[in-house]
Design a protein around this ligand. Sequence first.
Ligand code: ATP
Ligand code: PRP
Ligand code: MG
Length: 282
Amino acid sequence: MSRLKIAIPNKGALSAAATEILRESGYRQRSDSKELRLVDAENDVEFFYLRPRDIALYVGEGTLDVGITGRDLLLDSGAKADEVLPLEFGRSTFRFAGPRGSYDELADLAGTRIATSYVGIVESFLAERGIDATVVRLDGAVETSIQLGVADVIADVVETGTTLRRAGLEVFGEPILESEAVLITRSGNGSPAFDVFRRRVEGVLVARGYVMMDYDIETAKLDAALAVTPGMEGPTVSPLQREGWVAVRAMVRRDGAQRLMDELWELGARAILLTDIHACRI
Ligand SMILES: Nc1ncnc2c1ncn2[C@@H]1O[C@H](COP(=O)(O)OP(=O)(O)OP(=O)(O)O)[C@@H](O)[C@H]1O
Ligand SMILES: O=P(O)(O)OC[C@H]1O[C@H](OP(=O)(O)OP(=O)(O)O)[C@H](O)[C@@H]1O
Ligand SMILES: [Mg+2]
């Protein structure tokens, strides 16, 4: 049985966070950024460090079993790979942009030259809307193409909007796509080894997004308290030495936990504790 072959970005906007989530999932990661292949024998997996744009193709063809890349790159590639899990990092929006004040809505694209390094996404978008425009394929740094006269409009990834502003450009029309880093595998892959890998990564995402809350509450107020902390699979309630009181343990979302603690305090809960979750399987 060959090892699970996993592709991750070797550099660029997704690389560091991809490496971190795999390390937190208990996998060995490379220490030298020039290493493009790494075997983790203990976990029976093999990592391949590749360009994010190529990862969808390797996975779609079945050369590699699993990959981490951007949703936009997956869609742009047209590869036969499926998104199986959003990874909550590498977020960006894909937008049209032009010189400030020149365009208002997407219909204004008709007859323009659009520069982009995401030709697949743009051509699909134009075809779906019946907009007739010319797509100019560039490898990157597309913002300069308008100033150089090779395009009228660009379509590109926007994170903070800094690059656009610096180039005197502004977005117009609704975002074409909301992207983030995603776990992908070829359509129909359900191998046990992939399931283990996916459960580990999911466990890290849950552990990052949730904390464990413990508190003591009078039994008479338990129902009101459990409405505040219903937990993921249902809270644990244990009897306390103190007559008429119970101890409750429940997972709560990290963002908003302090407000829950305030609500529980108002209900009469005491000894309210928050602890981080290092890893989990839900
Ligand atoms: N500020 C950003 N710049 C570029 N890509 C970003 C940014 N924020 C998120 N991303 C996402 O990262 C992925 C692109 O990663 P990366 O920049 O490594 O690829 P690339 O642009 O093709 O490579 P390179 O920048 O080395 O030419 C896309 O999925 C994109 O949506
Ligand atoms: O909205 P911002 O925060 O300014 O980020 C978006 C910019 O960053 C990316 O470029 P990248 O660094 O990947 O270079 P590239 O265009 O050569 O890919 C992207 O292509 C935009 O140019
Ligand atoms: Mg880039």
